[in-house]
Ligand binder design. Structure first.
Ligand code: FRU
Length: 492
C-alpha cells in the first residue's frame, strides 16, 4: 500500500510517487509550514522539474499537496524560495485577499542549454493569494535576467528590516551574489562572496543567508552554501560560513571549511522564512546525493527529506570560533515516541542489545546517550540477514563514522560513486564527554554528536528491515541510554 513500501521513510517526508530533490519555497504562514520541492511529476528520475508541495501544521506530520509550479517557455522550474509579502511591497496583493506569498525560483531553459549558451538560467517570480494553494506566474518574468553567467540559480530571499529591503542570495557557479529589492520584482546587485574562500570542489548551489543565535541568544550571520560535487565524503554536501552582513556585503573571519553535515546524504538544505516569533532558524535538507540519488532502489518514489532541524551557534574546539549546530526540531521526538525506555548504568562489553527493551522493535528509533570519556563505540542497526549499518566513534582517529558497506543492497550504483565507502566526520568539541543523538528511520540514520557540532546523515537499503539495535564497545559505561520507538506519521 501507499507509504508502506520497502524503504518508505515513516517519519521523514517523501513524495507519494516519482522523483524529488531540493527543498524549495520553505515558508510558514497562517498556521502552516510549506515545503515545496524539486519534483519530476512524470518519472522517478531527475528531469522535467516542477515544484511539488506538502504542508504541515507542526513540522512533524506532512500532507502531500498538488504540484505548485510547472515549466513554461522560460524553462524548467528549478530551486528557489518563498516569502510572505505582508506589507504588499510587490503590489501583487488584492484588497480582501490574503497577503501574497511570493516565490522566487530559477527558470532553466533546456533550449538555451541545447544551443550551448551560458545564460541558461534566470530568476522568476510567482505568487499566491490563497495561502499557497494556487500560484500565478508574474507577467513580466524574468525578474532577474542572466548577463551570461553559468550556474546562476537558486534565489533565497529574506526581509532585512534595518535596510527596509529584500535581500536575495544567489549562487553563481563558484561564488554567491547578493541582490536587493524594495518590491521583489526589480533587483539591484549588492556584492559577491566566496571565490577564494571555503571549498571549491564543485558548483556552488542553493545558498542561504540566515541570522542564527548563539547560546546566549545573540544573532550572527551565517551563509549556507551547498556544493556538488566535492563534499567531505564525496559528491554533494553543505558548507557554511559564520560572519557579518552589513546590508550589502557578507564577510567572514573564520578560516577553514566547515560542513553543516559531514554525511553523504544531506544536500541542498536551506531554512524556513517567516517563522513564528521566538522560533529558532529551522532547516531541512534533501536526504540523498547526486552521485547515486537517481539509482537508489525505491519505487514508486525516490528520495526523502531529512528531519527538520533547528540551528544554533555554539563554541567550537577553539572558543573564539562558532560552529553551526543542528538538532531535530523540537516536538519531533515528543510527538512520535511511542515506546520509551531509559536504561540506567549500561555496561557495554562487546555487544549490548537495545531493541529487546522495546515493546515493538520497528526499526524506527531515536537514541540518546552521553559518553563520559570519549572512547571507541558503535551503534549497530541489523537484520536477520547478516546485514548491518554501523554508526559510531573511532577514538584512534578522533572521528565519527558511518559504515554501510554491509548494509544489503549496495550495488545499484557503480562502485566509483562511493556508496560503500565509509564516511568520516571530525569530532569538533572540547572536553572528553560526548553527547550523542541518533534518528533512525526505515532507510536512514542521522547522527547529532556533541550538541549537534558534528552531524552525519546517511541512507541504506537492507534486504529486510533493520529492526535490530545494539551498542558495540569494549568496556563502555553509559550513565543512561534513552531509546524511543517512533510512530509512523502515515498510519491513521
Ligand atoms: C541542487 C540543484 C539546484 C538546482 C536544482 C535542479 O541539487 O542542482 O542548483 O536548482 O538542483 O533540480
Amino acid at each position: 500500500a501507499l507509504y508502506n513500501e520497502p524503504y518508505r521513510p515513516q517519519f521523514h517526508f517523501s513524495p507519494p510517487k516519482n522523483w524529488m530533490n531540493d527543498p524549495n519555497g520553505l515558508v510558514y504562514e497562517n498556521g502552516t509550514y510549506h515545503l515545496f520541492f524539486q519534483q519530476n511529476p512524470t518519472a522517478n528520475v531527475a528531469g522535467n522539474l516542477h515544484w511539488g508541495h506538502a504542508t504541515s501544521p507542526d513540522l512533524v506530520h506532512w500532507q502531500p499537496q498538488p504540484t505548485a509550479l510547472a515549466p513554461d517557455s522560460l524553462g524548467l522550474v528549478f530551486s528557489g524560495s518563498a516569502v510572505l509579502d505582508s506589507a504588499n511591497t510587490s503590489g501583487l496583493g488584492r484588497p480582501g485577499q490574503p497577503a501574497p506569498l511570493v516565490a522566487l525560483y530559477t527558470a532553466h531553459s533546456t533550449e538555451k542549454e541545447k544551443a550551448n549558451r551560458q545564460d541558461v538560467e534566470s530568476q522568476c517570480l510567482a505568487y499566491s493569494l490563497d495561502h499557497g494553494q494556487t500560484w500565478t506566474k508574474y507577467a513580466h518574468n524574468p525578474v532577474l535576467k542572466n548577463q551570461g553567467s553559468r550556474d546562476f540559480r537558486d534565489p533565497k530571499v529574506s526581509w532585512h528590516p534595518a535596510q527596509k529591503q529584500w535581500v536575495m542570495a544567489l549562487s553563481a557557479h563558484d561564488h554567491v551574489e547578493f541582490y536587493a529589492s524594495k518590491n521583489l520584482t526589480s533587483w539591484v546587485k549588492l556584492s559577491d562572496f566566496g571565490q577564494t574562500l571555503g571549498a571549491h570542489g564543485g558548483v556552488w548551489e542553493c545558498p542561504d543567508l540566515v541570522a542564527v543565535p548563539d547560546s546566549a541568544g545573540l544573532p550572527h550571520w551565517v551563509l549556507i552554501v551547498n556544493m556538488n560535487p566535492g563534499g567531505p565524503n564525496g559528491g554533494s554536501a553543505t558548507q557554511y560560513f559564520v560572519g557579518k552582513f552589513d546590508g550589502k556585503t557578507f564577510s567572514t573571519s573564520q578560516p577553514g571549511t566547515r560542513w553543516l553535515d559531514y554525511g553523504p546524504d544531506n544536500y541542498a538544505g536551506v531554512t524556513w522564512a517567516n517563522l513564528p516569533k521566538g522560533s529558532r532558524p529551522t532547516y531541512i535538507g534533501w536526504m540523498s546525493n547526486w552521485e547515486y540519488g537517481q539509482q537508489v532502489p525505491t519505487s514508486p518514489w525516490r528520495s526523502a527529506m531529512t528531519v527538520p532541524r533547528t540551528l544554533t551557534l555554539r563554541p567550537g574546539p577553539r572558543a573564539s570560533e562558532l560552529l553551526l549546530t543542528s538538532r531535530p526540531v523540537e516536538g519531533l521526538v515528543g510527538r512520535l515516541a511511542e515506546d520509551f525506555v531509559s536504561l540506567p548504568n549500561v555496561q557495554v562489553q562487546g555487544r549490548y542489545d537495545l531493541a529487546r527493551h522495546l515493546k515493538h522493535p520497528t526499526g524506527r528509533y531515536t537514541l540518546h546517550f552521553n559518553v563520559p570519556r570519549a572512547q571507541t563505540w558503535a551503534v549497530e542497526l541489523s537484520n536477520g540477514k547478516n546485514e548491518r549499518v554501523l554508526i559510531g566513534y573511532d577514538h584512534t582517529k578522533k572521528q565519527y563514522y558511518f559504515d554501510r558497506s554491509q548494509s544489503g543492497n549496495v550495488t545499484f550504483a557503480p562502485a566509483d560513486k562511493g556508496f560503500t565507502r565509509v564516511a568520516y566526520a571530525p569530532r569538533q568539541a572540547r572536553g572528553n564527554a560526548q553527547e550523542i543523538g541518533l534518528v533512525i528511520d526505515a532507510a536512514s540514520v542521522e547522527l547529532f554528536a556533541d550538541g549537534g557540532r558534528t552531524c552525519l546523515t546517511g541512507i541504506f537499503f537492507p534486504s529486510q528491515p533493520f529492526t535490530g539495535l545494539a551498542l558495540q564497545a569494549k568496556g563502555l559505561q553509559l550513565p543512561v541510554v534513552e531509546v524511543m520507538g517512533m510512530k509512523s506519521i502515515w498510519e491513521k
